[in-house]
Each structure stands twice: as C-alpha cells, then as structure tokens.
Design a protein around this ligand. Sequence first.
Ligand code: CA
Length: 228
Amino acid sequence: MRILVVEDEPAMAQVIRWGLEDAKYVVDVASDGAQGLQMATENAYSLLVLDLMLPRMTGWQVCEELRARCNRVPILMLTARGAVDDRVRGLDLGADDYLGKPFDFTELLARVRALLRRDKVHRARVIRIADLEIDTAARRVTRAGVEIGLSCREYDLLEALATREGQVLTREVIQERIWMDDESYSNTVDVRIGHLRRKVDAGHSVRLIHTVRGVGYTLRRTYTEDEE
Ligand code: CA
C-alpha cells in the first residue's frame, strides 16, 4: 500500500511519514500542491493525505483537478479544526474524508484504514445486468462480451445508473453526482445520455438505458411503457 502525503510543513510531513511507515505503508511526500498533483497523476497511490494550505496549488485545487481527470484515488484532507466551510468545500470537490489539525495520530491511522477498506470493497465489484458487465476496479465495460470504450464521465454516468439498477436518477442528481455541478455541463446531461445510449444499446435488441419522461433516466433490463 503506497500513500502520498502532500504537506508543506516539513515537521508535520515527517511525523505523518514516520507514523504511516511504522504502520507498514510505503510513503512518498510532496511539499507543494503542484508536485502533489504531478506525483498523484504519475503513480498509482492507494491513498492521498492532502493538506489544504499549500504553495503553488491549494489542496482544493489538487483534489478538483484529480477528480476532473477521473482519478478516483481516496483522498483524506487535513483541515484546520472547526473550519466547517473548508471541510464542506473539500468534500464537495471530491475528497472522501477529512481530519482537523491538530489530530491524534491513531485517528489518522483509523481513517486511512477505513478509506482503504471502503475503496477495496468498492473496487472489487463486478456489476452484471443482463449481458452488460462493469468491472469497477478496471473501469471496464463489456456488453455481450464486447468491450465498450467510454470516456471517464460516460463511465461514471453508467456506473451511477448501474449501481442503482431500476431506480430513476433525475437530471439534477446526475448533474450533481457526475459533473459536481460544473456549470459548463449544465445542458449536457441529455446529450451525454444520448452518447452513452448509442454506445451501450445500439445494435442490441434489449435496451438497458431508459428515459422516464419528465423525470430522468434509469438502467434496467426490462422494457416498460416509458420509452420516448
Ligand atoms: Ca500547509
């Protein structure tokens, strides 16, 4: 298990490094945000411990940029204790958990373990719906055994629909979950669904992605009356 610690205060970085190494993790340290982003992009880390106030790029920017690139590495943010706005902003930008400074090291370790466990459970999953198969670890999709090439957003959208098979996802929820309310995507949910549908359903007699008129979209294996 390899963990990247992005922390600009040398003493704090050293304490975290020693503690994590003591717990048998392999640790790299980046001392500013830009370096952290680069290292996180170039290496497959199991987890990031990310400080917020960093030179060159803030922790929020690093987090946002990683998620925009569809990098799903679990992120534990270090925030000032009691700074609720900081924490909310971090979680909204795609961080998985946060820890207020100063912290007890046993709590940091517990949160690291919990995040790694959660990620492992999620990643181990293969979703099968009719002849559609989604390998969530590899982010790989096949239908009737044939691989479907998806962009990272298309994949996220399909996984969101598939993990809630039979439930309707509204445009608003899709907008919020997949595009994190990015305004530049506000008109594109329908368009993206159209692309995804062509890739997933075209050429197959059974359609999986259905429009629920006036509400949103659902993925299910049976036909009902809602088709447009
Ligand atoms: Ca700092």
